[in-house]
Design a protein around this ligand. Structure first.
Ligand code: UFG
Length: 336
C-alpha cells in the first residue's frame, strides 16, 4: 500500500517512514525542505535498505501536489508538513495560518479526486490548553489556543471533521501528540532543530555537548511537586508506530469516520526529573539555571492513553531513559 507522507523528512515524519516500511507499507515522501535536510532521505534509506520515492514539493503548490497523486497509486496520506514553532507563530500568525491550513485544505481537496480514503493528521495535545482533567482524555473540552500554532491544530481538526461529515468519502484520525523526544536507535535520524532549539530535549543535548552554554529551566515556582512543569514525553519511535496502527485501524473502518486519539505514555514527568534522568543516563553534569517562566507554558499535561490502547491496539513501549539515551547518542553523532 502506497502512503504519502508529507513532511516525511522532518523529525516525526522520518521516523514514521521507517516504521511504515517495517510494517510493509510503501511510503512516498513529500517535503519542501523548509525545516528538514535532504541527507535524512539517505539515512532513512540506509536504515531500511529501500529506495523511497521523494518529491521536493510544497503542499501549498496545488498543481504539483495533485501531480503526485496522478503519478502514484496512493491509498493513504499521513500529513505532518506544518510549521510548529509556538513563539514564531505569535509574531508571524498569517504565515502559520496560511501554511498549516492551506496545505491541509489542498490535500483534502485532492484526495477524493483520486479515491484516497485514509487520512492521518498530526494534531497536538495543545488543543486541550491547560485542561483541568489530568490525565486528559479525548472527551476533554477543546480550549481556546494559546498561540496561532495551536489554533492551526484546533482549526485543522475542525476542517477535517466538517469535510469528512460533508463528503463521506474519507476516513480520518487526528493523533494528538504529547511531547515527542528521542531518536531512532541507529542514531542515523533524529531531531534537527534549526538555530537555537525551542524544545527542552534538544536544548539539553546541545548544552551537554557544549554547543550551548547553559540550559535555562523556565520556572520552578509552578504548583507541581518540584515546581517545574510536567509533560508527557514519548519516544518518537513509539509515536511513529502509532501512525502505522492508525492507518491499519482506518482500513477496517467505513468511510465517514473521524476520530481523535491521544498519543502519549500516560505518565507525567517534570522538567527537573528530565534533567536528572538525562544526567544519569549520559553521565554528563548539565549546566543549568533557574530562569523566569516562559510565556504561554501550561503547568501540567499528560495523556490518558486508554483510547489508543482500545482503538488502535497501540501503547508506548520505550522507557524514558531509553528516549533520553537515544537523543544523546544522536547528538553525539551529530557533534557540534
Ligand atoms: N523548557 C525549559 N527550558 C528550555 C526549553 C523548555 O525549561 O530551554 C521547559 C518548558 O518551559 C516546558 C517544558 O520544558 O515546561 C517542555 O517544553 P518544550 O518546548 O520542549 O515543549 P512544550 O510542551 O512547550 O511544547 C510541545 C511542542 C509544541 C506543542 C506543545 C503542546 O513543542 O509543538 O508541546 O503542549 F504545541
Amino acid at each position: 500500500m502506497q502512503v504519502l507522507v508529507t513532511g516525511g523528512l522532518g523529525f516525526i515524519g522520518s521516523h514514521t517512514v521507517v516504521a511504515l516500511i517495517e510494517a510493509g507499507y510503501k511510503p512516498i515522501i513529500l517535503d519542501n525542505l523548509s525545516n528538514s535536510e535532504l541527507f535524512i532521505l539517505d539515512r532513512i534509506q540506509d536504515i531500511t535498505h529501500q529506495h523511497i520515492p521523494f518529491y521536493q514539493i510544497d503542499c501549498l503548490d496545488y498543481l504539483n501536489l495533485e501531480q503526485v497523486f496522478q503519478q502514484n497509486k496512493i491509498q493513504g496520506v499521513i500529513h505532518f508538513a506544518a510549521y510548529k514553532a509556538v513563539g514564531e507563530s505569535v509574531s508571524e500568525p498569517l504565515r502559520y495560518y496560511e501554511n498549516n491550513l492551506l496545505s491541509l485544505i489542498n490535500l483534502l481537496k485532492i484526495m477524493p479526486k483520486y479515491q484516497v480514503e485514509n487520512f492521518v493528521f498530526s494534531s497536538s495535545c495543545t488543543v486541550y490548553g491547560q485542561t483541568e482533567m489530568l490525565p486528559v482524555n479525548e472527551q476533554a473540552p477543546i480550549l481556546p489556543a494559546f498561540s496561532p500554532y495551536g489554533n492551526t491544530k484546533r482549526i485543522g481538526e475542525e476542517i477535517i471533521k466538517d469535510t469528512v461529515v460533508a463528503q463521506r468519502t474519507l476516513k480520518a484520525i487526528a493523533l494528538r501528540y504529547f511531547n515527542p523526544i528521542g531518536s531512532h536507535e541507529s542514531g542515523l535520524i533524529g531531531e534537527l532543530p534549526k538555530g537555537i532549539p525551542n524544545n527542552l530535549i534538544p536544548y539539553i543535548t546541545q548544552t551537554a555537548i557544549g554547543l550551548r552554554k547553559q540550559l535555562q529551566v523556565f520556572g520552578n515556582d509552578y504548583p507541581t511537586p518540584d515546581g517545574t512543569c510536567i509533560r508527557d514525553f514519548i519516544h518518537v519511535c513509539d509515536l511513529a508506530e502509532a501512525h502505522v496502527k492508525a492507518l491499519e485501524y482506518l482500513q477496517t473502518q467505513d468511510k465517514g469516520l473521524i476520530d481523535f486519539v491521544n498519543v502519549g505514555t500516560g505518565k507525567g514527568v517534570s522538567v527537573m526529573e528530565i534533567i536528572k534522568t538525562f544526567e544519569e543516563v549520559s553521565g554528563v553534569t548539565l549546566n543549568y539555571t533557574i530562569a523566569p517562566r516562559r510565556e504561554g507554558d501550561i503547568t501540567e499535561i499528560y495523556a490518558d492513553a486508554t483510547k489508543s490502547k482500545q482503538l488502535l491496539h497501540w501503547e508506548a513501549k520505550r522507557p524514558l531513559r531509553q528516549a533520553l539515551l537515544d537523543a544523546w547518542n544522536w547528538q553525539k553523532k551529530l557533534g557540534l
